[in-house]
Structure formats: C-alpha cells, structure tokens
Design a binder for this molecule. Sequence first.
Ligand SMILES: [Zn+2]
Ligand SMILES: [Zn+2]
Length: 167
Amino acid sequence: MNIDVERLKEEGELDLAEIVSLPRIAREVVDIESLDDVNVRLHATYHHPYVVVRGELDTVVHYVCARCLAEFARPLSAPFHERYTTDEHKAEDEVRFVGDEMVDVTPELEQAIFLAIDNRPLCKETCQGLCPVCGRDRNVEACGCDVRPIDPRLEALKGLLSDHGSE
Ligand SMILES: [Zn+2]
Ligand SMILES: [Zn+2]
C-alpha cells in the first residue's frame, strides 16, 4: 500500500482506503494459519518535514489453538500510527526517511498486526488441550489417562524402591 508524498505535500492531507494482503504474517507466526485480506483506512497529513499517518486495520485471523491445535477465526483490529520524514537529517529509528516518492507502508502495516495478534491463542479460555499421554482432544472426550504431575520426591523414592527390588 502506497502513499503518494508529492500529492500529499500539495494537498496537505489524504484519506486512503485499501484492501491489502499481508501474507508474511502467516508465514512468520506459527500460531497463525492464515490472515484474511486486511481492510486499511488511513489518514495522512503533511507537516514539514513529516508525514504523519494514522488509521485503523481490520481483518480476521485464522489461529491454531496453542493447546488443542484446532483452527479458529477471530476478528482483529489494530491502530496505525506512524511518522515518516522527507528530510534525511530528521530520520530516527521510529521515523523512516521517505523522500518525495511513493512510500510503501507495508512494513509498518505488518508491524501493527504483529503487535496486535494473540501470542498464545486459545480457541476458548477453558480449552482442555490434547492429552499428553494418548494425544486425544480432551475437549471432545475425556480419556481417563493419569496425567497428574509426579512429585519429584516421590519419583526419587520410586527409583530407590525399584533399585532395591532389582537386587
Ligand atoms: Zn483449543
Ligand atoms: Zn489420554
């Protein structure tokens, strides 16, 4: 998605609306299966020598549940707020130098999505996950496996007892 800086300088402000595809998100985040096309609405203003862009991103994220691996979809809205500069001496870490050409804001759109996604997505808060013993989805049926964590002191004792038994 591009912003025409020359036109922005002439008009002072621009409203932009576009549907963009951001495939890098799903490629880089293991918990995301895919991302619907993103509805981007931006308002850009020029205050010499800065291009200020504010807006909102909306999409639907298809996550993979971190506990049970089921796929589920959840809407996502992310705010967008970036500054660019047309003066290379004013460039900083957070303020990219863009000159007078077309600015591709895709890297910052991706960044806004990265900041808004769930880091540990769960299909539901109460998701029971997969059984670590038999692998069955415990949301679907209880399997009855013994998955209680073993007390490390008991574990040591068990070891001693079996050593004794093998003598
Ligand atoms: Zn789940
Ligand atoms: Zn089980």
